[in-house]
Every structure is written in structure tokens, then in C-alpha cells.
Design a protein around this ligand. Structure first.
Ligand SMILES: [Zn+2]
Length: 252
């Protein structure tokens, strides 16, 4: 058994309102490449800045081409061990919220309640109209773009964009408020599969930890929060088996 699993299971057993923070490491276990990692899209392709998306049709074509490529891996991915264990925690009445940096929608596909999943970087499974803010499933727009090569537009004439946060684009204040509220309400915070280097998302667990709430980090590789005085437990191990073992132990 991995070191720290028993201690984590005790913390989970004693908590009633757990805040889970997930990053790319939770989804790489399901076959989705980490877009910041060595196989990630940002090491093989130039990211399109939000401002360029707004102003240049050529950049919109580049952007939608990248999304078509990314969608191929996201569409076939299935929820992994962490996604499933989060559902178990919720069914046991112990989940406050899941704050995720991932855009693959796997927490809701695993059947975590939508109202408890806070996608701080948005979702790649929907498109949003930048004019009327209407939302629609992404797949028909990806198909239309693949067929025509023309970046899709809304029926209102506005530009459609996947509902993810692009480089240079502000996070949604309502989403961040929801994440902050969860950090203020939780009695245990567990960050998994994230290097905690992307702010303001990485600030969320610290809001909880500064209140004296136990703070657990499970990650393979260094995180920016390592060495901070707030950390109750730091587990250096694969997230899926570690977290699911701890949840099982805590609930039996
Ligand atoms: Zn519209």
C-alpha cells in the first residue's frame, strides 16, 4: 500500500464537506494528454490568444483546427479512478464540491452532480456564442467545421467558441465565486494531479488551508505548494489508485 493512504482515509472518514481540486494528472490517467506536458498541444502547436480569436478569421481557423484534433482524444476518454471515487464520496454525503482545471467534462460524465462540479477553465464539450452567450453541444460545430473549414457562427451571427478559457481570456467571475465559496465551506481539501502553478485556480485550496482546514496534495512530481506550512499530508504517488483506495478504506 502506498504511504499516506491510511492517513488520507482517516481524514476522509472524519470529514463531511470535502473539496476536491483536480488537474491534468487526473485525466492523463484516462489517456488525455496534458496540454502543458511534453505531448501537450502547447508544445506542438502555437496557442491562439483570445484577442486574436476575436479579430482574425485565420486565427479562428487555426483555433478550430486545434480543437478538432483535441476532441479526438477527449471524445474517446472515459472517467478514471479519481472521477469514479469522487462520485462515491458524493453518494456518501461527503462532497462539498469538485473544482477542476480540466476541460474534458469527465467529472460530470462520471455522474458527479453538475452543481457540485466547478470547471474553472470551462468545458470543451460545449460551444458558447460570444455575442448572445447561448450554449450548445460542441460536436455538431466540430463536424460542420471539419466539413466546410469555416469557423462556426451562432444563429444570431456571433462568433462561436468552445466554452473553455483561452490564453488571454478572463476566468468567469461567477465560476470563481462558486469555487471560493466551496473553499470557505469545506472541512477538508484534497488537490490531485496538479502542479498548483496556474493561478487563480491554485489559490482555491489555499483559501481553505488558511482557515485551518486539513490540506492534502497527491501528485507525481513537484508542486508549487510543496513546503508550505499549510500542508497536512503530501503523497507522491499515482492519483487514481491512491485516492480510490483511501476512499474505499474510509467508507468501509
Ligand atoms: Zn449568439
Amino acid at each position: 500500500m502506498t504511504d499516506g493512504v491510511h492517513e488520507l482515509s482517516m481524514l476522509i472518514g472524519g470529514a463531511d464537506a470535502i473539496l476536491i481540486v483536480t488537474g491534468a494528472g487526473v485525466s492523463t490517467e484516462t489517456g488525455i494528454p496534458d496540454f502543458r506536458g511534453p505531448q501537450g498541444v502547447w508544445n506542438t502547436q502555437r496557442p491562439v490568444m483570445y484577442q486574436d480569436f476575436l479579430t482574425s478569421e485565420a486565427d479562428r481557423v487555426t483555433y478550430w483546427n486545434q480543437k478538432v484534433l483535441a476532441a479526438e482524444t477527449i471524445e474517446v476518454a472515459k472517467p478514471g479512478a479519481v472521477h469514479k471515487a469522487c462520485v462515491v464520496l458524493e453518494n456518501a454525503g461527503k462532497l462539498e464540491a469538485i473544482v477542476t482545471q480540466n476541460i474534458d467534462g469527465l467529472h460530470t460524465i462520471a455522474k458527479s452532480s453538475e452543481e457540485r462540479v466547478v470547471e474553472v477553465h470551462g468545458t470543451g464539450r460545449e460551444a458558447v456564442c460570444l455575442t448572445c452567450k447561448g450554449r450548445s453541444p460542441i460536436v455538431p460545430h466540430l463536424k460542420a467545421f471539419t466539413d466546410t473549414g469555416v469557423p462556426p457562427r451562432c444563429h444570431c451571427g456571433g462568433l462561436l467558441k468552445p466554452a473553455t478559457i483561452s490564453f488571454g481570456q478572463q476566468l468567469d467571475p461567477k465560476t470563481m465565486a462558486q469555487a471560493t465559496q466551496a473553499a470557505e465551506a469545506c472541512d477538508l481539501v484534497i488537490a490531485m494531479g496538479t502542479t498548483l502553478s496556474v493561478y487563480p485556480a491554485a489559490e482555491i485550496p489555499l483559501i481553505a488551508a488558511r482557515r485551518g482546514v486539513p490540506y492534502v496534495i497527491i501528485n507525481q512530481g513537484d508542486t508549487e505548494h510543496d513546503g508550505m506550512p499549510y500542508i497536512t499530508l503530501r503523497i507522491e504517488a499515482p492519483v487514481g489508485p491512491t485516492f480510490s483506495q483511501a476512499v474505499t478504506q474510509a467508507l468501509t
